[in-house]
Design a protein around this ligand. Structure first.
Ligand SMILES: Cc1cc2nc3c(=O)[nH]c(=O)nc-3n(C[C@H](O)[C@H](O)[C@H](O)COP(=O)(O)OP(=O)(O)OC[C@H]3O[C@@H](n4cnc5c(N)ncnc54)[C@H](O)[C@@H]3O)c2cc1C
Length: 294
């Protein structure tokens, strides 16, 4: 199949891209790695008048430390680089691990961080992982820059807080505290397929052997990443043991609203979510200072 006819623009800077977007914000679309957009064009599910190619925009593909200690990933950083970049591997190993589950190497080699986050597929790994890490997304438009917390960025299936005329320039993530454990797990029909459900967790066990902090996000169980805001209240100060992790899994199941589709029933996804929640929390606890329930 062939895409519909469109005008093609290849700006060299973010400001130039925003200038082009300004002319037709509702009728333009941005091209990053093309791994989601090109199939949509070919199936005529997207019919933009203008395609703005970000591949020649300078300054969007850096992985860097910010002066206040965050890690900034440019929107055009390729997904594959998340697995190999030493800064990401050292400071954000949860991201490196989650990236491994995205499709296959050729797709990750083209696909970008910004494309995955802006596309906001409910079953995608990066949105939930960035939410579990408490990251923020940097968006630029005609009125300047703004930072959106991940928990507010993902509005629904394929829908984000990016307004027409804006583009995502980077994400910033504060590395988890020294000694925090992390874990990512998902269930997919085959390796490389979109997940039926998945969970990302960051958990710290304190010196007294009790949970000092915990964050969790699930993918594939609703229209956007599910982040249980009550988790810290339920977990902090408790022993990191199996009964607690199972209770958290049961509470998650009560709150999520997964879809029934050709790949799995909602009921199956709920059961998988409970297991993955408990497993991610347990594995993160085991990684935290080498402690945990075993
Ligand atoms: C066979 C196959 C299997 C896949 N499996 C998985 C999987 O298991 N998990 C997973 O997460 N993904 C999977 N993907 C999708 C893949 O990760 C894509 O790379 C990703 O969804 C989109 O990234 P991209 O850079 O290719 O963006 P594109 O396809 O170029 O763009 C996607 C959308 O994001 C918008 N966009 C891109 N960049 C920006 C920006 N900087 N600012 C604002 N909007 C922007 C575009 O306008 C478009 O609407 C799969 C894809 C294929 C083809």
């Amino acid at each position: 199949m062939k895409p519909p006819r469109f005008e093609y623009a290849a700006p060299g800077s973010v400001d130039e891209a925003i200038e082009i977007l300004r002319d037709a914000p509702e009728e333009s679309t941005l091209l990053a790695g093309g791994q989601s957009l090109v199939p949509l064009l070919n199936m005529r599910m997207a019919q933009p008048r203008v395609v703005i190619d970000l591949n020649r925009v300078s300054g969007l593909d850096a992985v860097e430390r910010t002066p206040d200690g965050r890690i900034r990933l440019g929107a055009m950083v390729r997904q594959r680089r998340l697995e190999t970049d030493p800064v990401v591997r050292d400071e954000l190993p949860l991201i490196a691990e989650a990236a491994r589950h995205i499709a296959h190497v050729p797709i990750r080699t083209r696909g970008t961080v910004g494309g995955s986050l802006a596309h906001a597929d409910p079953a995608a790994e990066l949105p939930a992982t960035v939410a579990a890490l408490g990251g923020r997304l940097l968006v630029r438009g005609p009125n300047g820059d703004r930072a959106v917390p991940a928990t507010e960025f993902f509005v629904g299936a394929l829908t984000t807080a990016i307004e027409p005329g804006e583009l995502l320039t980077a994400i910033e993530i504060e590395p988890p505290r020294e000694g925090a454990g992390w874990a990512f797990g998902e269930v997919a029909r085959t390796h490389g397929a979109f997940a039926l459900a998945g969970a990302a967790a960051v958990l710290q066990v304190g010196d007294a052997g009790q949970i000092a902090s915990a964050r969790l996000a699930l993918l594939g169980v609703g229209s956007a990443p599910y982040v249980p805001e009550w988790l810290e209240e339920m977990a902090v100060g408790e022993a990191p043991d199996e009964p607690l992790f199972r209770r958290i899994g049961a509470r998650v199941v009560d709150e999520i609203a997964p879809l029934d589709d050709i790949h799995a029933s909602a009921d199956y996804r709920r059961r998988v979510a409970a297991v993955l929640t408990a497993r991610a929390l347990r594995d993160a606890a085991n990684r935290s200072n080498g402690r945990g329930s075993g």
